[in-house]
Design a protein around this ligand. Sequence first.
Ligand SMILES: CC(=O)c1csc(NC(=O)C2C[NH2+]C2)n1
Length: 130
Amino acid sequence: FETEEHTLRELRIFLREICKKLANNRLFYMFTKPVDTEEVPDYPTIIKQPMDLETMMTKVDFHQYECAKDFLNDIELIVQNALEYNPAKTSADKQIRHRACSLRDYAFTLIKNEMDSDFEDKCQDISKKR
Ligand SMILES: CC(=O)c1csc(NC(=O)C2C[NH2+]C2)n1
């Protein structure tokens, strides 16, 4: 059991580093905090499951990710929300969609390059057992 807790502790340290790198990239500024429903009142009428990088950092601290796959599922939620909320042909919408796709590619590539695949397998095994 103790070794499982050591594994999940190491996962949290790794995911905080990934989250920090993504949140510190100016390209992803609009994904760093929850959309302000005061400024964008129609957002909650369209996007039913909002997600952002600050919320993901909190989820790491609350032990709500047991493997990198769960973390990447929330990245994909950020991306899908942005594509749904910004469907127009305008340059503003196009730029946000392009940045959402860049966020996805950065996150998946960072994790693939910096994470030992055996370590992720161990995390997924622990997650399945729980
Ligand atoms: C996080 C996110 O996807 C977001 C925040 S504001 C926004 N879009 C706009 O403000 C307008 C450009 N066309 C609507 N999208």
